[in-house]
Every structure is written in C-alpha cells, then in structure tokens.
Design a binder for this molecule. Structure first.
Ligand code: HEC
Ligand code: HEC
Ligand code: HEC
Ligand code: HEC
Ligand code: HEC
Length: 551
C-alpha cells in the first residue's frame, strides 16, 4: 500500500509540470476588501474544480466532462437567469418594506454560496449588489454569479437531510473548519495520493459519503415553502411553492429511483472522473441535471453577453437539445383509448401517462402542460381544435391568457374549442384573487398536474394535494388521466383524422406578461427577451394520431 502511494505521488508531481499545465492555473481570486477579511471563506467557484474534472472522454467516445456539463446547466446559471432576476425585482416592488428579507430569501438557493457566507457572519444575502454578473470584482460577487456550484452540493452534510428544517435551503454546511481543511463529499473511496493532489490544487479533500446519492440532498433546495406577505406587511400564510421531493416521496419512485438516478444519468462505460490521474471508475454520474427548461437555456445562450454567461454556445445548445430529448422520450406518453363516430359527433378518449418521478409539470409554478387536440376532415381541413399555441406563447381558449383574473378549470369532457385541458397549478392571494406573485399567494385553487405513478390522491397531505375539479375526477389518479372529447361533426363526411399531443411550456404566457406592469430594468428586459423568443417557448412531448371512419 505504501509503495503504491509513493508511486502515485511521484506520477502526480511529474504530471503536474509536464502533462497538466492547467493544474496550477486556478484562477486568481479577486482582491479582498478590509471588511471581508473576517468573513468565513467556505466556498470556491467551480473554476477551481473544472480544470481537473473536464476533458473526460469515455472509451466509447462520450464526453462526460463534469465541469462543462455543469456550467451549461440551469443550476450553474441560477443567478444569471433573467427570469429569476425579474421575479426578485417584482417581489421587492410589491413589498418594498421587505426588500432585505426578499433578497435574502431569493438568494438562498439561486446565489447559495454568497448568501450562506453572509448568513454565517450574521448578515443577509443580497441579490442586486452582485449584479450584473461580470461587472463587480469582489470575491463574493464571483461566488454569487456561480449559482449552485460544486462546493455547495459537495459540502452539504448528512446531518439534517430529510428533516423539515433541511427544506427551503436549510442544508447544513460546516461553518467551523477553515479553508485548506474542508471536506468534499463524494460517492467513492479515494486513494490518499490522489487526495493530496486535489488538496494541493483546490484546498479541499475528498471524503467518501453515500449521503450525496440521496434524494434528500436535492430536497434541501427542491422543497420550497414560501411565506406570503399580506397587505400590511404581516405574514399571511405559507405556500408549498415547489415540492417535487414530497411528491416523489408519495409515489412509487420512492422505492425505485432517486432524483439523481433520473437527473444525473449513469455512464455505461468504466471511466476516469479526473483528467489528472483519475482511476477507472464504474457507475459515474453525469452532471447534466436534465430537466425541462430548454427555453431558458436558449435565452441564456441568445443573450449570453448581456447576462455574463460562461458556458460556450455549443455547450448550452447541447444541454437544450438534451433537455428536449429527455422531455420527448422519458416524460410522458399519450394514447387514444377509443374513437368513434356516433351520429353527429365524434367521441374520442385520450389518455396520458406521466413517466416523471413527481408531478408533471413540477417545480416552478409557471410551468404548464396541455393537450392540443385537432380533428381534420377527409380533405385535411380542420374542423375542430382545442389547445393550439400562438407565436406569442398564448394558448387560444385559455381564459387565463386573456384575463389574468380567470383560468381554465380541469375538464373531464371537452366539447368546445375554447375549452382546453391544461395541467398546471393556479395560485390565489388572501382576497382569493388569482396571482403570479410568489409572496402574495396563500393557496392553490387549481392543481391538476399529472400525478406520478403510485401517488394516491386520497391520502396525499395538504402540501401535495390535488386542487379543483381533478380531485373528484375518478380517472385522474396516480400516473394517469383521461379526457373525453366530443366533437360535433353534423353534416360532415368522414373519415376524420384525429390527433392529440401533450405540450409543455416552462414559462407560460401569463407568468411572463404579468411582469409587464413593473417598470424596472430587470422586468422590462425579461419581457422583451420573452416576446422575442415566445415562438419557441413550447414543445410537444408526445403525439398520437388515428383515423376515424364513418360508421
Ligand atoms: C428553496 C430554494 C429556493 C428559493 C428560496 C427560491 N427559489 Fe426560485 N427556484 C428554485 C428552484 C429549485 C427552481 C427551479 C425549479 C424548476 O426548474 O421548475 C427555481 C426557479 C425559479 C424561477 C424560474 C426560473 C426559470 O428560468 O424558469 C423563478 C422566476 C424563481 N425561481 C424566482 C424566485 C424568487 C423570486 C425567489 C424569492 C422570493 C426564489 N425563487 C427563491 C429554488 C428556490
Ligand atoms: C446539484 C448538486 C451538484 C453539483 C452542483 C455538482 N455535483 Fe458533483 N455530484 C453530485 C452528486 C449527487 C454526485 C453523486 C452522484 C451519484 O453517485 O449518484 C456527484 C458526483 C461527483 C463526482 C464523482 C463522479 C461522478 O460524476 O459520479 C465528482 C468528481 C464530482 N461530482 C465533481 C463535481 C464538480 C467538479 C462539480 C462542479 C463543476 C460538481 N460536482 C457539481 C452533485 C453535484
Ligand atoms: C488537481 C486536480 C483536481 C482539482 C483542481 C480538483 N479535483 Fe476533485 N478529484 C481529483 C482527483 C485526482 C480525484 C480522485 C479521482 C479518483 O479517485 O478516481 C478527485 C475526486 C473528486 C470527487 C469524488 C470524490 C469521492 O469521494 O467520490 C469529487 C466530488 C471532487 N473531486 C470534487 C472536486 C471539487 C468540488 C473541486 C473544486 C473545489 C475539485 N474536485 C478540484 C482531482 C482534482
Ligand atoms: C443549493 C440549492 C440546490 C440544490 C442542493 C439542488 N438544486 Fe437543483 N436547482 C436549484 C435551483 C436554484 C434551480 C433553478 C435554476 C433556475 O432555473 O434559475 C435548480 C434547478 C434544477 C433542475 C431544473 C433544470 C431545468 O432544466 O429546468 C433540475 C433537474 C435540478 N435542479 C436537479 C437537482 C438535483 C438532481 C439535485 C440533487 C443532486 C439538485 N438539483 C440539488 C437549486 C438546487
Ligand atoms: C423517474 C424519473 C425521475 C425521478 C425519480 C425524478 N425526476 Fe425530476 N424530472 C423527470 C422528468 C422526466 C422531468 C421533465 C418533466 C418535468 O419537467 O416535469 C423532470 C423534471 C424535473 C425538474 C424540472 C422541472 C422544470 O420546471 O424544468 C426538477 C426541478 C426536478 N425534476 C426535480 C426532481 C427532484 C428534486 C427529484 C427527487 C425528489 C426528481 N426530480 C426525481 C424525471 C424524474
């Protein structure tokens, strides 16, 4: 053992000078100001890690570089995200008296490193003083810009995972151990020699700990309860704004698949995890964090200079495509269970299946999924359509897109083209008015997002409950929903081509357009970006088509 260790260190020092000039090229940290010298230094940016954890190509040629995968992910861009910045601005305009608290709260997950250090030294996290990304030079500005970075996830400790106090950014990170002695948790046992190599370059040492593989680690930020601020500044209630972990916990996936196993797919080959002296490893997980936000990935790319984006254009485009692929293969299925003409009407039953490990859509409440249903006659002329999408991002027939105070109910049966089956959550404030204000919302009037397999709506807690008419819909159950379309075709001759698709849009029209009323640089900019790209804001996840002959 000691012989092996010796050899590794020798190879390491040879590798340093000859093969890996990058090794010591950890980017210089910005100069400190006097006041920050006493601050705790608990994190470094991903730039300190990328050099060794990139250029990773498997024997079969797949590029699995951790650094470049991560930097092109939404999490690495959580601070640059122009929608997030606009939303924080809106909240501070709605509740000016609570500006400091709001910036602190919104920074907790989107700028977690700068905020956690601030919190540790008894201060509040800030948002706007760190923006725009790339224009400020303090060390904490770099930490803020780096979003959900390597040294956040890899320093989260096991101690409170799964407990309610770990939610809403309640992750536990060591605040005592000084830099140079801090631990990075990972799934593997690492040879001492290799540990020394990483330590001398980054100041961190690997510590094997399996808690990194638990869903409960992701749940610290992916379980978000918001406290609503009432008209007089008082706390008006609590809303489970994003609870994919709790949805997952109530589903069959709890026993089958973790967040990581779907969102960090495992590499089939045996491969190295460090380009410097990595051993051959099995079961390596990709840091792609594939989700659903192909639209924001493209927005970050298109306005990359303004937003201070570091990932390269081809990297972001690759993540956007991978996201679309994930959405179109692993997310949902659609089928037509029955379709027949009975006298003057077509009767068609459409069934959906949710393949995700939580509700579909899940996460941020601007997400929506809906059925686009069309019937064409024998000449290909449209005779019926429900759920089209306009280039503006609007769904014609959706009451909420025309009038912010209204919304589409959940349907069991659709007979008119201005009725649309939209799977979404709709929030209301203390006055029961429909709202997109995160800190105004106190409850949901509609939540008919498709349930994951194994989810029993009757026993679901209030945090993950179904709201609105879907509650009483007998075929709206774990993993599936069915909708019946009855289309008047009197006087028309078949056969009819019937097509049903499930669509998905990460940022619904209403959510973007409600920001129009706020005149501030961040909100104006985001609405402008949205309008410039709204024609690519939606995507079809799955489609089915049948031909219905006349009887
Ligand atoms: C507990 C962690 C947490 C906190 C606190 C938090 N967020 Fe988020 N936020 C998330 C996560 C996780 C997502 C991504 C979910 C998804 O993709 O569906 C997200 C997504 C968003 C998005 C959508 C971004 C996009 O590109 O589509 C906006 C807007 C947003 N948050 C605004 C806010 C605002 C405003 C605050 C403060 C009031 C806030 N967030 C506080 C975790 C948090
Ligand atoms: C959102 C949280 C998160 C972020 C951000 C993150 N990681 Fe990871 N990382 C994980 C998890 C979880 C695993 C273990 C996955 C498993 O085994 O199921 C892991 C595994 C690893 C491994 C072991 C090899 C592998 O891929 O399985 C290395 C090395 C690693 N991460 C390095 C990094 C570096 C370097 C960065 C930044 C460029 C980074 N990670 C960013 C969560 C994260
Ligand atoms: C000088 C190169 C180098 C740098 C810089 C570097 N690492 Fe590593 N890292 C390694 C090596 C070598 C291994 C071990 C590879 C092995 O055992 O196969 C490793 C392993 C890891 C692992 C897996 C540990 C485990 O127990 O499973 C994680 C996680 C990790 N590094 C994260 C980071 C983070 C975060 C940073 C930045 C703060 C970083 N690394 C910087 C070389 C480096
Ligand atoms: C420190 C907080 C934090 C932790 C820990 C965390 N996330 Fe996230 N995650 C975020 C935030 C914030 C966003 C939203 C970024 C945005 O949209 O601006 C996000 C977004 C995502 C997305 C959405 C990507 C997309 O395309 O829409 C996925 C998937 C995701 N995270 C998976 C994970 C997984 C898996 C883990 C655990 C290994 C994890 N996250 C741990 C904060 C976190
Ligand atoms: C069985 C596979 C599977 C499991 C397990 C799973 N997910 Fe997902 N997840 C998906 C799919 C598919 C999507 C894309 C569809 C969607 O957005 O709902 C997704 C999307 C997401 C998104 C992005 C939503 C958006 O708005 O872009 C987040 C965030 C997320 N998952 C978090 C989690 C967390 C946290 C866990 C663990 C508690 C988890 N997922 C477990 C399959 C899974």
């Amino acid at each position: 053992m000691s012989g092996k260790l010796f050899l590794v260190i020798l190879v390491a020092s040879a590798g340093l000078t000859l093969v890996h000039p990058l090794f010591f090229s950890v980017p210089p940290q910005a100069p400190e100001t006097a006041s920050s010298e006493t601050d705790p230094h608990l994190f470094t940016t991903g730039a300190a890690c990328i050099s060794c954890h990139s250029n990773l190509i498997t024997p079969s040629g797949e590029d699995i570089s951790i650094g470049t995968d991560w930097r092109a992910s939404m999490m690495a861009n959580s601070a640059r995200d122009p929608y997030w910045q606009a939303a924080v601005r809106r909240e501070t305009m709605d509740h000016p008296e609570a500006q400091d608290l709001i910036e602190d709260e919104c920074a907790a997950c989107h700028m977690p490193m700068s905020r956690f250090e601030a919190k540790t030294s008894g201060q509040k996290g800030q948002v706007f003083s760190h923006l725009p990304v790339g224009e400020n030079t303090h060390r904490t500005d770099d930490l803020a810009a780096d979003g959900v970075s390597c040294t956040v996830c890899h320093q989260i400790a096991a101690e409170n995972l799964g407990a309610r106090e770990s939610f809403t950014a309640g992750f536990a990170i060591d605040t005592e151990t000084p830099m140079e002695q801090r631990a990075i948790f990972g799934p593997y046992e690492v040879d001492e020699g290799l540990s020394t190599v990483m330590h001398s370059a980054s100041g961190f040492r690997q510590v094997e700990s399996r808690h990194i593989q638990q869903s409960e680690l992701c749940a610290t930020c992916h379980t978000l309860f918001t406290e609503a601020i009432g008209p007089t500044g008082e706390i008006a209630g609590e809303l489970p704004e994003q609870v994919p972990y709790l949805e997952w916990l109530h589903s069959a996936y709890r026993e089958e698949k973790s967040c990581q196993s779907c969102h960090m797919p495992v590499v089939q080959d045996t491969t190295a995890i460090s380009s410097v002296l990595g051993e051959e490893r099995t079961g390596v997980s990709r840091h792609v964090f594939q989700g659903g936000n192909f639209f924001m990935l493209r927005m970050l790319n298109r306005y990359r200079t303004e937003l201070g984006v570091e990932a390269l254009p081809n990297e972001l485009e690759a993540t956007a495509r991978q996201t679309e692929y994930h959405l179109q293969t692993n997310t949902a299925r659609i089928s037509i269970e029955s379709a027949e003409r009975a006298q003057d009407a077509l009767h068609v039953e459409v069934r959906l299946e949710n393949l995700a490990g939580h509700k579909l859509p899940t996460g941020y409440p601007s997400r929506r999924s809906w059925i686009r249903f069309t019937v064409r006659d024998r000449n290909g002329t449209p005779v019926f359509e429900s759920g089209a999408i306009r280039p503006t991002g609007e769904i014609p027939g959706n009451d909420n897109d025309t009038d912010p105070a209204r919304y589409e109910p959940h349907y069991r049966e659709i007979t008119q083209s201005d009725q649309v089956q939209i799977y979404e959550s709709v929030m209301v404030d203390t006055q029961d008015q429909v709202t997109t204000g995160l800190l105004q919302a106190v409850r949901y009037v509609k939540d008919n997002r498709l349930l994951p397999r194994g989810f029993d709506k009757a026993s679901a807690s209030e945090d993950i409950a179904v709201h609105g008419r879907a509650r009483e819909d007998a075929d709206f159950v774990g993993g599936t929903d069915a909708v019946r379309y009855i289309v008047d075709v009197s006087g028309q001759q078949g056969p009819f081509a019937v097509r049903a698709s499930l669509w998905y849009q990460p940022i619904g029209y209403r959510w973007a357009h409600n920001l129009k009323g706020y005149d501030a640089p961040e909100t104006n900019r985001f609405v402008e970006f949205y309008d410039a790209m709204s024609d690519i804001s939606g995507i079809s996840l799955a489609t089915v088509e049948v031909v219905v002959p006349d009887p």
